[in-house]
Ligand binder design. Structure first.
Ligand SMILES: NC(=O)c1ccc[n+]([C@@H]2O[C@H](COP(=O)([O-])OP(=O)(O)OC[C@H]3O[C@@H](n4cnc5c(N)ncnc54)[C@H](O)[C@@H]3O)[C@@H](O)[C@H]2O)c1
Ligand SMILES: [Zn+2]
Ligand SMILES: [Zn+2]
Length: 436
């Protein structure tokens, strides 16, 4: 079968690889019809999340059809259409039962302290092959994949694999509640989805910060207020928009590949931090292999974290879903401490949120379709990776149509959605019915 394979920092290829087989009684083999490229995949190719093994199939977002199940999987059968959550969890340990699927005690062969297991990641993340392939082996399939109703198509469901659950989780971490003023730092797919999720959880005002004009335009189409960090100092702008107070809640949807402003007052203000940022980049990405302007590691790994802390109001909350790998050792802790901020962070507990999001989409309360701004065929996957990495205009969220049977991929190879999620429902009660 064809799959997108990691060969090294700056080196990914579309290879022919063997098809997966059932290895355990709780496994399923899923024929994947749609996959997607995520900002997390890009960290692996840029070198900002190390520990990948050569030959690993990439990808952790997919929709497909169950092909075969092991004898332990009683709730799925061949032919079921499912969305595959990015993280893998056993469903029986105390962490899974409490909803902390990303901290499962049993899914990682490295043991309970080894970390979150997800498809297509570093060895420390369980060493599982990914979902940018024609078929995948899904462990703990009786717990992971979520069946889809016919009313939820692939273009919607692919965003429920990782992007919307992460955005929902980010808004939960940030403790978004009724009437809150929320800043979302980063207008990539996760940041865009966070606009809709924060609104469904009650946000009164939403301010989105990024430096890329077409992504800010997508946020405006969702009626967020936007701040371009290349024309304004984002901390100053957010303070001004909030009567000098700052925002109640911040969602960091950028992570370790944060970039410095290229121009404007923020670039000026950060000039004397250049050396510190260089040091942080060396620490975050000791091995780098850029190819011209592609696969370039972020040149200010802690900047989104710093801005998040600075734009929060006193006693506010920062929820961090942008990824920071273990080697990142810097955080503006003193500033957060002095403002009595609440800081929450981590890998999304996907399985906790996916069923509810499937219901929200199936009922019409949420339509994520337009966030897929590009469809590519599997054959063009490597080029699509490059365009997404360079954040080219129009390439905000790239879905890969993997099924050569023509099941999916409307407008393949073309510009697809508008980027603007629509929330038809008001989501009353969503925020109050749940703990973490
Ligand atoms: N916690 C989780 O479980 C989880 C799940 C999925 C994705 N993620 C992470 O979420 C992050 C976002 O993912 P994505 O797919 O949206 O990626 P992306 O790279 O497309 O988006 C990041 C956005 O941040 C912007 N940005 C860069 N520097 C910035 C700065 N200093 N201030 C404000 N914005 C800045 C970029 O222009 C870009 O639009 C990534 O770090 C990804 O790994 C985490
Ligand atoms: Zn993802
Ligand atoms: Zn578990």
């Amino acid at each position: 079968m064809k799959a997108v394979v990691w060969h090294g920092v700056g080196d990914i290829r579309l290879d022919d690889v063997p098809e997966p087989e059932i290895q355990d009684r709780y496994d399923a083999i899923v024929r994947l019809t749609t996959s997607a490229i995520c900002g997390t995949d890009i960290h692996f190719v840029r070198g900002t999340m190390p520990g990948m093994k050569e030959g690993r199939i990439l990808g952790h977002e997919a929709v497909g059809v169950v092909e075969e199940v092991g004898p332990g999987v009683r709730n799925l059968r061949a032919g079921d259409r499912v969305v595959v959550p990015s993280t893998v969890a056993c469903g029986t340990c105390s962490y899974c039962r409490a909803g902390y699927y990303a901290q499962c005690d049993n899914a990682n062969p490295g043991g309970p302290q080894a970390g979150t297991v997800f498809f297509g990641g570093p060895e420390a993340a369980g060493g599982l092959d990914g979902l940018q392939a024609e078929y995948a082996r899904v462990p703990f399939a009786h717990v992971g994949p979520v069946p889809l109703p016919d009313t939820v198509d692939d273009g919607q469901a692919i965003l429920l694999s990782d992007i919307y659950p992460t955005a929902w989780f980010g808004a939960r971490l940030a403790e978004v509640g009724d009437g809150d003023t929320v800043a979302i730092v980063g207008a990539g797919p996760v940041g865009q989805a966070a606009v809709a999720c924060a609104r469904l959880q009650g946000a009164g005002r939403i301010i989105v910060v990024d430096g890329i004009p077409d992504r800010l335009e997508l946020a405006r189409r969702q009626h967020a207020e936007t701040v371009d960090f290349n024309t304004e100092d984002p901390v100053e702008a957010v303070r001004e928009l909030t009567g000098g107070i700052g925002v109640d809640r911040v969602i960091d949807a950028v992570g370790v590949d944060a970039q410095r402003p290229a121009r404007g007052p923020a670039a000026e203000a950060l000039r004397d931090r250049a050396e510190q940022f260089d040091h942080e980049r060396d620490e975050a990405a000791p091995e780098r292999n850029p190819d011209g302007d592609t696969w370039v590691a972020g040149d200010a790994p802690t900047l989104a974290a710093r801005w998040s802390v600075q734009m929060a109001a006193k006693a506010g909350t920062v929820g961090t879903v942008g990824v920071y790998p273990p080697q990142v050792q810097h955080y503006p802790f003193g500033e957060a401490f002095m403002k009595n901020l609440t800081l929450k962070t981590g890998n999304c507990n996907h399985r906790r949120y996916v069923p509810r999001l499937v219901s929200l989409v199936g009922s019409g309360a949420l339509d994520p379709t337009p966030l897929v701004t590009r469809w590519s065929g599997a054959a063009d996957a490597i080029d699509a990776y490059g365009a997404f990495d360079r954040r080219e205009a129009g390439w905000t969220k790239v879905a890969l149509g993997l099924d050569d049977r023509g099941a999916v991929a409307p407008g393949m190879g073309e510009e697809a959605g508008t980027g603007a999620a629509t929330t038809a429902g008001t989501g009353h009660g969503e925020a109050s019915t749940e703990g973490g």
